[in-house]
Design a binder for this molecule. Sequence first.
Ligand code: NAD
Length: 471
Amino acid sequence: MQNLKSKEALIKLFNNQQKNQFYVGNSTYKQRLKKLNVLKKAIEKKYRTKIQEALYADFKKPFTETDLTEIYPIISEIKHVKFHLKSWMNKQRVATPIALLGASSYVKYEPKGVCLIISPWNFPINLTFSPLISAIAAGNTVIIKPSELTPNTSHLMKEIVEELFDEQEIALIEGEIETSQELLKLPFNHIFFTGSPSVGKIVMKAAAKNLSSITLELGGKSPTIVDKTANIKTAAKKIIWGKFINNGQTCIAPDYILVHQTVKSELLKELKKQISNFYSNNPAASSSYCRIVNEKHFNRLKDHILKAKQSEASIELGGNFNKDENYIEPTIISNLPINSDLLQEEIFGPILPIISFQNLNEAINYINSKEKPLALYIYTKSNKTANFIIHNTRAGGTCINHNIIHYSNHNLPFGGSNNSGIGKSHGFYGFQEFSNKRAILKQHTKGSIEFLFPPYSKLKQKLINFTIKWL
Ligand code: NAD
């Protein structure tokens, strides 16, 4: 994207989409449905194996995990949208106050226009096509910029998009960070960004220049609280699944555990047992355990482990790595110094720190001393404890007695809060994010407000007094 020609090509593409936006925006329910069906069929049938192969080539993601975390979420999102789209596209009638007698009102969800989707590498298919589904449903034109860190998958997505859609409507541009930067200079009507909080700030700054609206799906440290009443065995099983799926490279993975000290050793025992159940005693040879995406991220995680080893922390399990394969062993660490990087930065890898607490307020104060997380998980048998935690913390989403699966309920909004994100996605929330809620009021008869037009008089003042008091 360094040369002028490429820049010009982007501007031309943007201008063409801008010209085309009313044609796309005025598409009917059936036309939008057709586009969603075409995408569904391609992902479910023609490209499913190619997607599995591309993700395996990018970071040895197991085929089954690709089915579960990339194919299934897209197919189920499309099914959900197809089921509801007609009603979402209808006029949403709202009440009109009596002071506006003679008028009726409704909200029309109109397309925002030309949208930009910038997606990350960790679930590239899911996190590119999921916002695309919402954008199509809402009637927008879209330019997509996927991550450069999973080149096989990004290239395949380009092939899919080019086969299915006219570029004046939906286009995918591969490229490095410079490509994102060039795209961010353009006056998009909406920017949907998924990635890190630090790049989120760059996107927000760029969006401010054009007053483009934004959705920021960001990350952070998602805590897991294990209360003394929790079923430790099932908690451990779910935590290990949530943490090590995708090799810990999941925005809503449990980043660290806060466990009541009376159940810490039991939890540790169960966590270790579950790792061995899922990935055997030699995870390097397990076909269910994928790899770190690249050398840079491998080195970042390796340094975390080396620093922990040099500190007073206890490596409870794992701690080994293999540079040739970008392999990091499933690792559990306790007694980390409070200021260690592992307790400060989003881990985004297969390292699980454990911190113990004596009373719940300690755990809550610890969470509240950090940025608002994208997710917060609670394992407890006590509703009172779960409610106490929910009322005294803030987070984008929460599961009680589970983790990460709230992502799969399309009836729930998905997203963070402040540092972990701005705006929501999935289902109706995603459709809303790509729509302008246009307020429409129609006057049918002579309205009561007309009695109050100038010139003002004593009678009109009395009517206004009446209106203020009674209507
Ligand atoms: P990233 O922020 O490094 O990159 C995301 C995208 O932004 C990529 O397409 C990249 O090309 C582009 N980009 C990177 N630097 C840029 C810059 N300076 N200017 C413009 N564009 C730039 O994130 P990542 O490493 O791909 O993904 C990991 C992060 O994403 C983690 O923080 C994770 O928690 C978060 N994440 C959040 C969600 C969510 O739904 N909330 C989902 C997945 C990942």
